[in-house]
Design a protein around this ligand. Structure first.
Ligand SMILES: Cc1cc2nc3c(=O)[nH]c(=O)nc-3n(C[C@H](O)[C@H](O)[C@H](O)COP(=O)(O)O)c2cc1C
Length: 180
């Protein structure tokens, strides 16, 4: 099977990388291609209709450094016809005014450039004051993980989220088959 999902992630101190390893376990090896953000080119985005993007947030609401370096290119990607899920790591206690902002920064560009975002995630149970990742007051654009304060919740959160996005991906694949 040719990989049909691109998992692209960036990580400064290894936390997002570890979560990415856990995430990959949920797919057959032939289904996904994993690329670290510091190796990414725009062409990699062309290859996949389904993308899962992972990143942490740094320095009061900034993108993880590799995503920051890639961001000018990222803003020019045409996401028309693409389905994107985002997972983000942050620290709701230490950086509660900027919690997982990176999710929202990527989401805004994806939506501006025609993409469809799946995998919204409830804000219930988190304790933060502000976040650019908010789709509305009840949901983040993607999965919010907090390895600094709630690492014990990560495995369950990830499993619940992956189950949900798998369902959404299957529904979109089915719909596209019917269209074709
Ligand atoms: C200096 C510093 C700045 C940070 N800034 C933010 C921030 O603005 N928002 C946030 O949610 N988390 C922030 N964090 C928390 C990181 O995103 C978190 O530790 C994450 O797990 C790191 O993941 P990585 O190792 O994959 O880069 C910050 C952490 C440090 C050490």
């Amino acid at each position: 099977m040719n990989p049909y999902i691109g998992i692209f992630y960036g990580s400064d101190t290894g936390c997002t990388e570890e979560v990415t390893h856990e995430l990959v376990e949920y797919w057959e090896s032939g289904e996904v291609k994993v690329i670290e953000c510091n190796q990414l080119t725009k062409a990699d985005f062309k290859e996949f209709d389904f993308l899962i993007l992972g990143l942490s947030t740094w320095y009061d609401g900034d993108l993880q450094s590799d995503w920051e370096d890639f961001f000018d290119d990222f803003k020019t990607i045409d996401f028309t016809g693409k389905t994107v899920a985002i997972y983000g790591l942050g620290d709701q206690i230490g950086y509660g005014e900027y919690f997982v902002d990176g999710i929202g920064i990527l989401a805004e560009e994806i939506l501006n450039n025609g993409g469809h975002i799946i995998g919204e995630w409830s804000t219930k149970g988190y304790d933060f004051s502000e976040s650019k990742a908010l789709k509305n007051k009840d949901f983040f654009y993607g999965l919010a993980l907090d390895e600094d304060n709630e690492s014990d919740l990560t495995a369950n959160r990830l499993e619940t989220w992956v189950t949900a996005i798998k369902k959404e991906i299957e529904e979109i694949k089915d719909k596209n088959l019917v269209k074709a």
